[in-house]
Design a protein around this ligand. Structure first.
Ligand SMILES: *Cc1c(COP(=O)(O)O)cnc(C)c1O
Length: 376
């Protein structure tokens, strides 16, 4: 069976994990955590990056740092992973879902302004498949209405909008290093931001409410409990795994891009003949080959193709039952405006196997079976 995902492993992971153990520093903020966060700061041109134990944790930190609270509102797409929403639910905020654009599956920036109320505090766009949202428009709306922007860039690591790294444009950006993402540490993530006035608060929040980070930099002579906090930092052993991947980031990226480009070229004839639709990448976006999806005519066609591929040893998946129709979405939010695309488009989207090291014959097998399905 060709798996949908295989966690990336580049070769040096075990050696680096052993180094972390040998250094006697397996808790958080050791050598590898620093290497990873410095690497991201440099590559993504962002002033602050804090590694977390998941993107969900990064989003929780970001939501906390915005100061959003009970009764406030956050505007977000319904077509996203539930973590985008959970972080704000934890703060007692109300979710206001708006429709997506059918071309990118990202939040439709033209619908955001109409959803703003007196209570709106945050806009939380999610960069689907590592393809950037229309960030200039979103930032302009936020500026006009004095709102903060939290980017869910879980899938957008090393992807860009007009040359700017995703996750560095809004007030806060959150990355995921879950095993299904481009770079991984098993479970992991990060929160990134440019604002210097937020670093101290962020460090305290991440370190159980203590000023321990400052203490370790020698800026104070003892550390204390100074505010509310949680424990958001990952073990340095996990960061060691991630570092092995960051060292080969260009190789991982090129490998995934080759799979993306292969699928794109190999399925073009089916798209031209109207059997399926292929992903669209706007000119302003440089994506990271996080995902390759196709859109089928409708849900029954998708179900038949999934079954057919399964019978031919290929595991293809879909995701995201729109949040607004899920039990928790009904409880914590409302959909503003018309659901023109979120539900219908989500029902016909299918993700093809995509991972580092996917072989050429496997790529060909996938493309061939999709052709066979439509020709039968
Ligand atoms: C993967 C993902 C998350 C959650 O990431 P974790 O690191 O597993 O917490 C959040 N949002 C989106 C859009 C994702 O794809």
């Amino acid at each position: 069976m060709l798996d949908f995902n295989v966690p990336p492993f580049t070769g040096k992971e075990l050696e680096y994990i052993k180094q972390a153990i040998d250094a006697g520093k397996i808790s958080g903020d050791g050598k590898f955590t620093k290497l990873c966060s410095e690497w991201m700061k440099e590559r993504f041109q962002v002033r602050h990056v804090l590694l977390t134990a998941s993107c969900t944790h990064g989003l929780e930190m970001a939501a906390h740092l915005t100061g959003i609270g009970a009764g406030d509102e956050v505007i977000l797409p319904s077509y996203t992973f539930c973590s985008t929403a959970d972080a704000f639910v934890q703060r007692g905020a109300k979710l206001v879902f708006v429709d997506v654009r059918p071309d990118t599956m990202n939040i439709d920036e033209r619908l955001i302004e109409d959803a703003i109320t007196e209570r709106t505090k945050v806009i939380a766009p999610m960069h689907y498949a590592g393809v950037a949202c229309a960030m200039d428009e979103i930032m302009e709306i936020a500026r006009r209405h004095n709102l903060q922007v939290v980017e869910d860039a879980a899938q957008g690591v090393d992807a860009y909008y007009k040359g700017k790294a995703l996750g560095t444009i809004g007030d806060y950006g959150c990355y995921s290093f879950h095993e299904t993402k481009n770079f991984t540490m098993g479970e992991g993530g990060a929160v990134a931001f440019q604002r210097d006035d937020k670093i101290e608060e962020a460090e305290i929040l991440r370190e159980k409410g203590t000023n321990r980070s400052k203490f370790f930099r020698g800026q104070i002579d003892k550390y204390r409990w100074v505010d509310y906090g949680s424990s958001y930092l990952p073990s340095d052993m996990n960061a060691a795994y991630l570092w092995a991947q960051f060292e080969l980031a260009d190789q991982i990226r090129a490998d995934r891009m080759a799979t993306y480009d292969f699928y794109h070229a190999a399925l073009k004839d089916l798209a031209d003949e109207g059997y399926l639709e292929q992903p669209f990448v706007p000119d302003y976006a440089e994506h990271n080959a996080h995902m390759y999806y196709i859109k089928l005519k409708d849900e029954p066609t998708r179900a038949r193709l999934i079954r057919y591929l399964r019978e031919h040893e290929i595991h293809a998946v879909f995701h995201y039952i729109p949040l607004h129709s899920a039990p928790a979405g009904l409880k914590f939010g409302r959909f503003h405006g018309e659901d023109r695309y979120t539900t219908v488009e989500s029902e016909r989207l299918l993700r093809l196997p995509m991972f580092y090291g996917l072989k050429q014959e496997q790529r060909e097998h996938v493309a061939e079976e999709i052709h066979n399905f439509f020709r039968q």
